[in-house]
Design a protein around this ligand. Structure first.
Ligand code: UT7
Length: 336
């Protein structure tokens, strides 16, 4: 059986930096509150004249290909994770396929919408296709444009200060090297909590005349609803479980982790995990301070930056973990 080796990682973030002080001008919030409760200092917002969810992903993919020295035409499959696609349908995967050129190669594109866990779900799917021998080179991406859906109001301030825009990508290739690349992935969900972090409208399961109404524009049902306290409490438990599950499945101990790259939802969550697992600070990668929560893009952006900063080296043991809407949670263990 083949293994999936990570041959390149890349990212793209929009140029426009939005600081906490910028947000203070738009709603009743403060730099002090945001930094203390979330760790975020600034985030990026896209420029609608040039950035789209799919073209940000293709820019991240091109960086990953370049770093891997892999030609774009080698890609056999795209797995695209996002909850903020360009269109309701088709998914952004086909748009990225068009964007990349690919000498008109009609490769498949799969769209994944598991929110914050989306990238690890996408990675798991890519890994299975490589393991079965069906595909040799897979581009796995996470890309989000959150800012165009945010409401800058006091009633939405607990959501609007958190999210940002960006994209990250990973190129996986089949290898015969034993014990190399993705060692395992574990995915979970518990739909009991689906409505604790969700966007309700315009949902399909309602009377036709209620699917889109003028009232929706005034209300909150088009906005993200988040029960932040509850999400936080579940996140700290599930993150730890998912990481331990990954380690146990591979006969590894927490001391063996060279770098933990967690989803970036709240610096307090990540600091809690770091302390719980007794990892030194330099073994947990965080960039939420600069980008906020970019949902499916947080992990590949972090991997791309950590790799460029020399914090990920060949044969390092890298652990990925995520928790979010669904609830869904997941982990991956990688021998880089
Ligand atoms: O990636 C998806 C998964 N999402 C997460 O993992 C998010 C997890 N949850 C969280 O990160 C936190 O719950 C939040 C950052 C969203 C909120 O932090 P919190 O410490 O749980 O705050 P809270 O909701 O309990 O609110 C505490 C106070 C409230 O005021 P009162 O009622 O105590 O007077 C809020 O109204 O903070 C107030 N508040 C704000 N104040 C200033 C809420 N948002 C803001 C804000 N600026 N932006």
């Amino acid at each position: 059986m083949k293994n999936s080796k990570i041959v390149g990682v890349g990212h793209y973030v929009p140029e426009n930096v939005v600081t906490n002080h910028d947000l203070e001008k738009l709603m009743d919030t403060s730099d002090e509150w945001i930094v203390e409760r979330t760790g975020i200092r600034e985030r990026r917002y896209f420029d609608y004249t040039k950035d789209t969810c799919s073209n940000m992903a293709s820019r991240a993919t091109k960086m990953a290909l370049e770093r891997a020295n892999v030609d774009v035409n080698e890609i056999d499959l795209i797995v695209f994770a996002t909850i903020t696609p360009d269109y309701m349908f088709p998914g952004s995967g086909v748009l990225m396929q068009r964007e990349l050129g690919l000498d008109k190669k009609a490769i498949p594109a799969i769209d994944i919408r598991n929110a914050c866990s989306g990238f690890i779900y996408a990675l798991s799917i890519a890994d299975q296709f490589i393991k079965t021998g069906m595909y040799k080179t897979v581009a796995v991406v996470g890309s989000e444009i959150q800012s165009s859906a945010l409401e800058f109001s006091d009633r939405q301030r607990h959501v609007s200060v958190i999210f940002g825009d960006g994209a990250g990508a990973m190129i996986l290739q089949a290898t015969d090297e034993p014990g190399k690349g993705v060692l395992s992935t574990h995915m979970h969900s518990d739909g009991t909590f689906a409505e604790e972090l969700y966007v309700k409208d315009p949902g399909s399961s309602r009377k036709r005349e209620e699917r889109m109404t003028h009232e929706m524009l005034e209300g909150l049902s088009l906005r993200a609803h988040m029960n932040g306290n509850l999400v936080f409490k579940h996140a700290v438990v599930r993150f730890t479980e998912a990481i331990m599950e990954a380690l146990t499945a591979n006969g590894k101990k927490k001391e063996d982790i060279d770098l933990l790259v967690p989803h970036q939802a709240n610096l307090r969550i990540n600091n809690f995990i770091q302390q719980k697992l007794e990892l030194s600070e330099d073994r947990v990668y965080n960039n939420i301070q600069r980008y906020g929560n970019t949902t499916a893009a947080t992990i590949p952006i972090s991997l791309s930056e950590a790799w460029a900063e020399g914090k990920i080296k060949d044969n390092d043991l890298i652990c990925l973990a995520a928790f979010g809407s669904g609830f869904t949670w997941a982990s991956a263990l990688i021998n880089w």
